[in-house]
Design a protein around this ligand. Structure first.
Ligand code: ARG
Length: 478
């Protein structure tokens, strides 16, 4: 009868080889793996958020008696120095230390010794990075909201100058009915107002604290999450530790809201491209927003609007990247999530730059050719609907009025003139009910003035919309 006994191997006496990840490993991390897995080249942007999170975590550990007062003081002193170094661009980032978290923790330990090694008690890089991203994104959203408000002020100002400027309104890019340029511009204000609402709503779900979740299961130390939450200005705690470290839905929502802003701006950009082409000639863009051609000396190209249009594709791409990144990830944290940062950072950067340049363009770079706009509305029979409505008021059923005016348009077209150039008698050949006051009906000014209800294109309605928009906005930056 033989007894099976565990082999009594002695613990390895040797230290792990140089470059191994830790004492658990028997060989060094391969160079390519080190480069492939390192994130410090981009996640160092989170440094100040990481330090703020560490400071709050350390204070909570101190208050709970999990670390001593001396250790806390050392940690705070060390973090202050690191924050100053990062701020001044003096901090030496090491790719072999993988990410922003390890870089800062190592530096802290070099500076203050064992206290630095105690900072990570009751915490994991998993809840740490989720906290950092949320802090960083919260500040980014606040900055973007201020930029959106500035752009809306610029739209309101331009719209006010053009509350009475007449242009053709289009459907199917065919002249439809006259509108005021101010009304057209305020359509973009309405889109941007919803964009601001959306971002403010996303912010609520960004602003929740993951710390305390540790790696995934929470921690056995007597932590006080509520204290950390209050110190970092979060509205609430992430309620489940597995969810706290793993989901990035808040970043996806943000990317969706940002994509919508970019899509809205791409629509305006497209209109500027069309309007500034000589075929339209509705607007001139200031030279500082345009470039020339290397071969065609006459060219002046609307590069800024074209790039706004193009960069919208890039932001929508980031949204899709984040969605696919999250799809089918099992609980809880997976290293896939490290890939959330570059799309997120680039979304914030691209949107911020786009808002800044569009604000400058709308505020100072667009000159409208009012005569060209008016002429385009006149040429396109834009008041044909007004004539039909006039007949309806005089008892003609709308379908019959529509047909009578359609024939009058064909007649005017063959005569190469507008409806307003036909005499009352000529018009009566199509509909005897045409009134003596038809000239006012066919005038562009009469048409827009008649649409004076809230949301309409009449100059007073446009001015009311501008006043309402301004009242809803924070005061403009000095
Ligand atoms: N750099 C990592 C990230 O961005 C930090 C978290 C790593 N956690 C881990 N268990 N490997 O997600």
């Amino acid at each position: 009868m033989s007894e099976r006994t565990p082999s009594a191997a002695s613990p390895p006496a040797s230290a792990p080889p140089q470059g191994a990840w830790s004492g658990r490993f028997t060989e060094a991390v391969a160079d390519l793996v080190r480069r492939y897995t390192a994130s410090v080249d981009f996640d160092r942007r989170l440094a100040q958020a990481d330090i703020a999170g560490s400071r709050a975590h350390a204070r909570m550990l101190g208050q709970q008696g999990i670390i001593g007062a001396r250790d806390l003081a050392d940690i705070e002193r060390g973090l202050d120095a690191i924050a100053a170094d990062v701020e001044a661009g003096r901090f030496e980032w090491r790719r072999d230390l993988e990410d922003v978290h390890f870089n800062i923790e190592r530096r802290l330990t070099e500076a203050v010794g064992d206290a630095g090694k105690r900072l990570h008690t009751g915490r994991s890089r998993n809840d740490q990075v989720a906290t950092d991203v949320r802090l960083w994104l919260r500040a980014s959203i606040d900055a973007l909201l201020a930029q959106l408000a500035a752009l809306r002020h610029a739209f309101c100002d331009l719209a006010e100058r053009h509350a009475g400027t007449i242009m053709p309104g289009f459907t199917h890019l065919q002249v439809a009915q006259p509108v005021t340029f101010g009304h057209h511009l305020m359509a973009y204000d309405a889109m941007l107002a919803r964009d601001m609402e959306r971002l403010a709503d996303v912010r609520k779900r960004v602003n929740r604290l993951p710390l305390g979740a540790a790696a995934l299961a929470g921690t056995g130390f007597p932590i006080d999450r509520e204290r950390t939450r209050a110190e970092l200005g979060f509205d609430a705690l992430c309620p489940n530790s597995l969810d706290a470290v793993s989901d990035r839905d808040f970043a996806i929502e943000f990317a969706a809201a940002a994509s919508l802003v970019m899509v809205h701006l791409s629509r305006f950009a497209e209109e500027l491209v069309l309007w500034s082409s000589p075929r339209f000639g509705f607007v001139t863009l200031a030279d500082r927003f345009c470039t020339g051609s290397s071969i065609m000396p006459q060219k002046k190209n609307p590069d800024v609007p074209e790039l706004v249009r193009g960069k919208s594709g890039r932001v929508v791409g980031h949204l899709v990247a984040l969605l696919v990144l999250m799809k089918a990830q099992p609980l809880a944290y997976n290293k896939d999530n490290q890939e959330d940062k570059e799309p997120l950072f680039d979304t914030v950067d691209t949107l911020g730059d786009t808002l800044a340049i569009m604000t400058d363009l709308v505020a100072t770079g667009i000159v409208a050719d009012e005569a060209r706009m008016r002429e385009a509305a006149r040429e396109g029979f834009a008041t044909a609907t007004d004539l039909a409505d006039h007949l309806v008021r005089r008892g003609v059923p709308f379908r019959d009025a529509h047909e009578a005016v359609a024939r009058a348009v064909r007649h005017a077209e063959s005569r190469r003139c507008g409806l307003e150039d036909l005499s009352v008698d000529e018009l009566r050949a199509f509909a005897p009910q045409v009134g003596d006051d038809v000239a006012g009906v066919l005038s562009l000014e009469g048409s827009v003035a008649s649409r004076s209800h809230p949301g309409g294109t009449a100059p007073p309605a446009v001015r009311a919309a501008i006043a309402a928009a301004r009242a809803s906005l924070p005061p403009r930056e000095p």
